[in-house]
Design a protein around this ligand. Structure first.
Ligand SMILES: *[C@@H]1O[C@H](CO)[C@@H](O)[C@H](O)[C@H]1NC(C)=O
Ligand SMILES: *[C@@H]1O[C@H](CO)[C@@H](O)[C@H](O)[C@H]1NC(C)=O
Ligand SMILES: *[C@@H]1O[C@H](CO)[C@@H](O)[C@H](O)[C@H]1NC(C)=O
Ligand SMILES: *[C@@H]1O[C@H](CO)[C@@H](O)[C@H](O)[C@H]1NC(C)=O
Ligand SMILES: *[C@@H]1O[C@H](CO)[C@@H](O)[C@H](O)[C@H]1NC(C)=O
Length: 406
């Protein structure tokens, strides 16, 4: 009875008795659930059809599919689509996004291009579908693209998927509550897990918001989602939600660009210009952004968190710069095994040589600033807006309460 033990451990120290449920890939599932609460009513039936659901349809169960299949031979190529790293990026010393030497890895094989690519695939698919011209291959491609899109929007809102340093923090061992973990796992789940253990008890009761409650699935993190929606999306972030969806209307010229490059881009237009001048234009030379969908523009402030808070300076100062690191071999892999969080809380605290991050200065500051909750809110609202933009039937006159659109 592994899961019930975990529930008890989570409940200790707070008054909540969460329902028994697996952890899974918590962050992805939360973002997918928040997104689902903000879909136009015409969208979910189309998504369920594409996902070929029989029975209860929900986006959360497919949100971590891309992590589960990335080790299979036919999907191994998709590994680098989960993240992006700039060549000169080394938080907290420098945060290049990108610097003069551009991006690591192969061109257009990264999480931001993944968002652009899957969105394009789904847009073409909808064109064919409206014309009644889809084949079985199109249906399969749309299903894969949708599952990847749901996942990549989640990955993009995880700061460690936007830096190449130490395999997105997987190679940096740290201590959390005197238990050994790594920086990536800490941000994947442990920060959220701690928030759930200490959530105010009033979130175990349903909110007076039927369109929120109807999307919850009885998971251990339902109270956390309620809090993110109540205090975040309908609370402190209410007035900035629209700004999370805007893209720069005109590609602005960044300081790195030379006069020669400016001339090229003015002369030939942005798209041609950005192919020629590489990494110096508004979307970092990725060709991902336009005036409607702009993953690079959205990602830039999330990447900046790596220098602001994610990588503590102490990691690069004695004595912690001398402890040797090791970790899993897969780049930027999220360990979405059900067990990784459980194993953490079940393991005994022990003296270890790593930097302790369950401190007021680190986890406390992240909690006070609502950093993880803001990322969950942004991921959910942006995913909903992209899906609404792709799939909503705007002639449908159902009154809209919580719908955002690009
Ligand atoms: C783009 O998406 C299509 C369909 O999902 C896939 O076949 C293709 O390999 C993708 N390319 C990149 C660079 O992501
Ligand atoms: C729950 O309690 C907190 C104070 O601890 C309050 O700020 C919040 O608004 C309450 N939430 C609900 C849904 O009543
Ligand atoms: C919109 O909000 C009203 C009032 O809060 C509620 O009665 C109604 O059910 C909501 N509509 C939808 C589609 O959720
Ligand atoms: C996660 O939990 C679910 C539900 O208990 C189970 O079906 C699944 O096999 C588990 N996956 C892993 C990787 O442990
Ligand atoms: C994921 O976590 C589980 C449980 O802690 C562990 O057995 C497994 O080796 C981990 N996988 C990776 C790739 O780190």
């Amino acid at each position: 009875m592994r899961f019930s033990r975990v529930s008890l451990i989570l409940a200790a120290g707070s008054t909540i008795i969460p329902s028994v449920s697996a952890w899974g890939a918590v962050g992805h599932e939360i973002i997918a659930t928040v997104a689902q609460m903000h879909l136009h009513p015409s969208v979910m039936p189309i998504l369920c059809d594409i996902l070929n659901y029989k029975g209860n349809c929900h986006l959360a169960p497919v949100a971590a599919w891309a992590d589960r299949i990335r080790g299979l031979p036919q999907y191994r190529w998709t590994g680098p689509l989960h993240y992006i790293g700039a060549t000169d990026d080394y938080p907290s010393e420098t945060c290049a996004f990108p610097g003069e030497r551009g991006w690591e890895g192969r061109r257009n094989i990264n999480v931001l291009s993944g968002i652009r690519n899957t969105t394009n695939t789904l847009e073409s698919y909808m064109g064919l579908r409206k014309a009644g011209l889809t084949t079985e291959n199109d249906e399969d491609a749309a299903q894969v693209a949708l599952k990847f899109l749901i996942h990549f929007v989640g990955d993009m809102h995880m700061p460690l998927h936007l830096t190449g340093r130490d395999r997105g923090g997987n190679g940096i061992k740290v201590s959390f509550d005197s238990r050994v973990t790594n920086l990536h796992s800490l941000w994947d789940g442990l920060l959220i897990a701690k928030r759930i253990r200490t959530i105010p008890s009033n979130y175990t009761r349903p909110l007076p918001l039927p369109d929120v409650e109807s999307q919850l699935r009885g998971t251990i993190y339902d109270p956390y989602i309620r809090r993110v929606v109540w205090e975040g999306i309908t609370g402190r972030y209410e007035d900035e939600l629209d700004s999370w969806l805007t893209c720069p209307a005109e590609p602005s010229v960044q300081p790195l660009q030379t006069h020669w490059e400016q001339w090229l881009s003015w002369t030939f237009g942005r798209r041609i210009g950005s192919w020629i001048v590489g990494s110096h234009l508004t979307d970092g030379g990725l060709n991902t952004d336009d005036e409607t969908l702009c993953p690079y523009h959205w990602a830039a402030p999330i990447h900046a968190l790596n220098c602001q808070i994610v990588f503590p300076k102490a990691l690069d100062e004695p004595p912690y710069n001398h402890v040797s690191f090791s970790g899993s071999t897969d780049d930027h892999a999220c360990n979405s095994s059900n067990q990784s969080l459980e194993v953490h809380w079940l393991s005994r605290p022990r003296k270890n040589p790593y930097l302790e991050l369950d401190t007021p200065e680190y986890s406390g500051a992240i909690e006070d600033a609502w950093i993880v909750e803001k990322l969950m809110s942004q991921g959910g609202i942006r995913l909903a807006a992209v899906l609404n933009w792709l799939f909503a039937d705007m002639d449908d006159s159902t009154p809209l309460n919580r719908t955002y659109i690009l």
